[in-house]
Design a binder for this molecule. Structure first.
Ligand code: BJW
Ligand code: ZN
Length: 249
């Protein structure tokens, strides 16, 4: 679709072309991404129709309680995801974001995704709010290591004998203070923020768009459907991230 045909659905009339112009005048840009940005690479979203593994909702498996009760089951889920992910490549949306970073002086990518596809696309200044599925953490000694073994042994153990868990943030767990601080600095300093492919329901990430707006940034959402955040955005572009983002370059 040509740039001029993407219109926005909120108060002010922005076209994608207007956002493109705004982007290249921006001094500081922040982008928040969610599972939707990896959907076109083949990664199932959490709350989409292929998001369920063996009929478990993420809220049932992505918790410290679930891991304590049945670490084997939780590791099976992560093993399945790691095996699928290992075949996937970054898509046009990941590449466009890496391209934007090259042109903007102050650029921060805040991702909720644990899949590592932004790094593969060439993004550099990334905050991985919810961790990374390719790292493991020892429950006994706390050591964090990169682990790309596919399939991973169920259950994996550290050299100290402790049980390993995925180095990700589960429901009810605190996000790293240093990541949150870096994210807030980027949000408070940016003049333009994009919210891409997230359902906007998992906190604290869901509050970032409103914080950016309160701090005076223009906030633009890209999603295939409206979300609870849409009504508060300056602009919401409805469409696939892989179609829309490359047009900003
Ligand atoms: C496309 C597309 C295409 C599709 N193009 N778009 C305040 C109020 C209420 C509750 C809380 C609160 N503060 C904290 C909580 C509790 C909880 C929470 O938010 N619960 C909600 C469910 C209500 N939050 C936490 O527990 C967080 N911890 C915390 O805040 O600690 C302090 C605290 C604790 C307890 C109480 C109070 C304070 C931690 C959250 C950790 C989330 N972890 C997970 C798993 C990570 C590891 C793993 O991957 O296994 O993170 S859950 C899962 O959801 C994952 C995601 O990063 C996260 C967000 O999902 P996302 O990315 O939005 O994906 P989807 O699937 O929901 O949406 C995809 C979107 O893409 C859709 O909109 C599609 O339309 C779109 N899309 N194709 C563009 N081609
Ligand atoms: Zn250990």
């Amino acid at each position: 679709m040509p740039l001029s045909e993407y219109t926005m659905h909120n108060i002010k009339e922005f076209r994608l072309q207007d956002i493109q112009e705004r982007l290249y005048k921006s001094k500081a840009v922040a982008i928040l991404t969610g599972a939707g940005i990896s959907a076109e690479s083949g990664v199932p979203t959490f709350r989409g129709k292929n998001g369920l593994w063996k009929n478990f909702r993420p809220e049932e498996l992505a918790t410290p309680e679930a891991f304590k009760q049945d670490p084997r089951l939780v590791w099976e889920w992560y093993d399945w995801r790691r095996r699928t992910l290992a075949q996937f490549k970054p898509n046009a949306a990941h590449l466009a974001i890496a391209g934007i970073e090259k042109r903007i002086k102050e650029f921060t990518l805040i991702t909720q995704n644990v899949d590592g596809l932004h790094q593969l696309a060439g993004s550099k200044n990334i905050i991985e709010l919810h961790g990374n599925i390719w790292r493991v953490r020892c429950l006994s000694c706390g050591k964090i290591t990169v682990n790309r073994v596919v399939p991973i042994k169920i259950l994996p153990f550290c050299e100290c004998g402790g049980l390993l868990r995925p180095d990700v943030v589960w429901f009810g767990e605190m996000l790293s203070d240093s990541n949150l601080t870096k994210a807030f600095v980027a949000i408070d300093n940016c003049d333009l923020m994009f919210i891409i492919g997230t359902s906007g329901i998992v906190q604290p990430a869901a509050s970032f768009a409103l914080r950016a707006k309160d701090e005076g940034a223009l906030v633009v959402e890209v999603n295939i459907e409206k979300t609870p955040l849409s009504a508060s955005m300056d602009a919401t572009f409805i469409g696939k991230a892989g179609d829309i983002l490359p047009q900003l370059l």
